[in-house]
Design a protein around this ligand. Structure first.
Ligand SMILES: [Fe+2]
Length: 175
């Protein structure tokens, strides 16, 4: 988090990164993966976003360089680099697929909670699936990317885990 805050000032971007990390952590056990590693990758995935000013030709590549320079593992740097789906396709590993889905669903879940006046405990799998069908709702959240996880796990279980993940940080941030 301190490394992220050194390079990202937008609170909404930090919230997106924290939520994506929380979803990664919640989903990892279902994929027999390391929750700590998954959360770190989620938190750091957009570390370069302000530095590249949203330039999708450089997004992720610069982030991976920054992370290598900061002494983070190749596993973390590679996942961050490859998450930019404008540059990289054919994601197949659990971490890559999970990051595609978590990155895309985080905004949708936050938007669902905000619609309910911040009452995230009222957000259910049914709510999220309904809003996924409503193309105008949180339109920036790519529905096809959310479904990246489907070869590895049931979409409903993924959404349930993602809600649990965001709920955990939501409660924490309101303590
Ligand atoms: Fe992101």
């Amino acid at each position: 988090m301190s490394l992220l805050r050194q390079h990202v000032t937008s609170e909404s971007l930090i919230e997106h990164c924290v939520a994506t990390g929380a979803i990664m952590r919640a989903v990892a056990p279902h994929l027999n993966e390391d929750p700590d590693l998954f959360e770190i990758i989620g938190i750091l995935h957009d570390i370069d976003y302000e530095i590249v000013s949203g330039d999708m030709e450089r997004h992720g590549i610069v982030g991976a360089e920054m992370l290598r320079e900061a002494g983070k593992s190749k596993e973390i740097a590679d996942a961050v680099m490859k998450h930019n789906h404008h540059l990289f396709s054919g994601h197949s590993t659990p971490v890559d697929l999970c990051l595609q889905s978590a990155d895309s669903i985080s905004g949708l879940i936050i938007a669902c909670a905000l619609v309910k006046g911040g009452a995230i405990e009222e957000v259910t799998v049914k709510t999220v699936k309904k809003k996924m069908k409503d193309k105008g709702f949180a339109a920036g959240c790519d529905r096809d990317r959310i479904r990246s996880i489907e070869p590895l796990m049931d979409l409903d279980l993924f959404i349930q885990s993602a809600i649990e993940g965001v709920t955990r940080i939501w409660v924490r941030s309101n303590d």
